[in-house]
Design a protein around this ligand. Structure first.
Ligand SMILES: *Cc1c(COP(=O)(O)O)cnc(C)c1O
Length: 404
């Protein structure tokens, strides 16, 4: 007997969720609907507040578009949530979370190390709007607990954190958020939906820059937030319909094409990164490697418990800032396969030097114990290496020439 009602596996979901043969043409591949408006047979209101009781089907692309909706269903299925909202970029996804769930007088606890744009948004923009912000080392659970105030509405984590690969115990932070009556949002871009069961770990809103692993090919910018249907509906009304930061249908179509192979790619990213990380760890010019799949990761036990795929992101050091700058120049001059460029999660490998002093002046501004905790992972600076899908031997040969 075949079992029709068993849950679909992750590969099947990535390929089929949100899609189906086109009823009009029978096309097997999903169509690209660029239409900004949709002919309707219903008399509808034109307010975001009409969303819940709005018309069946589509009205206007800032509300909803069939190609974007297809990608939203696919990401929700992969992340295991009821719903998903796609946005113009990962930054638009972070902004959507903050500006939907925070108002003047509210307090938010944000990871003291996070994607630079998120760090600057939290430190510069939110206080300007009357929102109180605490930036906390999320690997220090006592510090997270101590930061919570009666008006704390949101705790925003990121794990593994960009760019140093430090981890946050999501189940523990979810518990603290729940006790405080706050939402827990997590930027899971580094891990991808395949890396962590954020829903099982109690996260309310899982955010991704889909420019990275979900799209996976470095040719489209986008963002996503996955979570409960009521939370996502609130975000759609605020962030899409009012703020207007919607994903283009063309980008949604490209990113959905990439997302179909995400489980396969994540497995290959992990295998490649493990091989490169182990090789880097044995290289005489490399003084420190941080990768969640290495036994030497300071939080290896948490990685094993929380991550089902350790992804392709490696951080490594080559000594002090002067050594880092010298090796960065060698990489720019000598790398033939790996691109010296920002961004991550693509099929092409990417590497970039990130000096601690510069990041502290601009994005993070950490001092005292928080700066010491950063330096425990990054020293004077790190190379952030996004291991792509090339043959690991070719990446190793490329790095060997650049490091010597
Ligand atoms: C890239 C990135 C972002 C921002 O995403 P964009 O698509 O570039 O706007 C947010 N968080 C993390 C962890 C990222 O790596």
């Amino acid at each position: 007997m075949t079992q029709r009602n068993r849950p679909l596996g992750p590969m099947t979901k990535a390929i089929h969720a949100g899609e189906g043969p086109d009823p009009a043409t029978g096309a097997s591949a999903p169509p690209l609907h660029m239409s900004s408006t949709f002919v309707t047979d219903q008399v509808a209101g034109f307010s975001a507040h009409d969303l819940e009781n709005g018309p069946e089907g589509f009205l206007y692309a800032r509300w909803d578009n069939p190609t974007v909706a297809m990608l939203e269903k696919k990401i929700a299925a992969m992340q295991g949530t009821e719903a998903c909202l796609c946005t113009a970029s990962g930054m638009a996804a972070a902004t959507a979370i903050f500006l939907t769930f925070l108002s003047a007088g509210d307090h938010v606890v944000v990871s003291d190390v996070s994607y630079a744009g998120v760090a600057e948004l939290a430190r510069e923009t939110l206080p300007r709007l009357g929102i109180e912000v605490s930036t906390i080392n999320m690997s220090d659970l006592e510090a997270v607990a101590a930061a919570i105030r009666p008006n704390t509405r949101l705790i925003h984590t990121e794990t593994p954190v960009n760019p140093i690969g430090r981890l946050t115990d999501l189940a523990a932070v979810s518990k603290l958020a729940k006790e405080a009556g706050a939402l827990h949002s997590c930027d899971a871009t580094f891990a991808s939906p395949l890396g962590m069961d954020t829903v099982g770990l109690g996260v309310d809103l899982t955010m991704h820059s889909i420019t990275k692993y979900i799209g996976g090919h470095g040719d489209a910018v986008g963002g996503a937030v996955a979570g409960r249907a009521d939370l996502i509906a609130k975000m759609r009304a605020e962030a899409s319909i009012h703020h207007g930061g919607i994903l283009s249908p063309f980008n949604a179509w490209l990113i959905a094409r990439g997302a179909s192979t995400l489980p396969l790619r994540m497995r290959a990213h992990q295998v490649g990164a493990q091989a490169v990380a182990e090789w880097l760890e044995s290289h005489p010019s490399v003084t420190r490697v941080i990768y969640p799949g290495l036994a030497s990761h300071p939080q290896a036990a948490l990685a094993a418990q929380q991550m089902s795929n350790t992804s392709g992101m490696i951080s490594f050091q080559v000594g002090d800032a002067a050594a880092g700058q010298r090796v960065a120049q060698q990489m720019i001059d000598r790398l033939q396969v790996i691109h010296y460029a920002v961004s991550l999660g693509h099929h092409r490998s990417l590497i970039f030097w990130m000096e601690t002093a510069g990041l502290m002046e601009t994005s993070f501004r950490l001092e005292g114990a928080q700066l010491d905790a950063y330096r425990a992972y990054a020293g004077d600076g790190i190379f952030r290496l996004s291991v792509g899908l090339e043959d690991a031997e070719d990446l190793i040969a490329d790095l060997d020439v650049a490091l010597s």
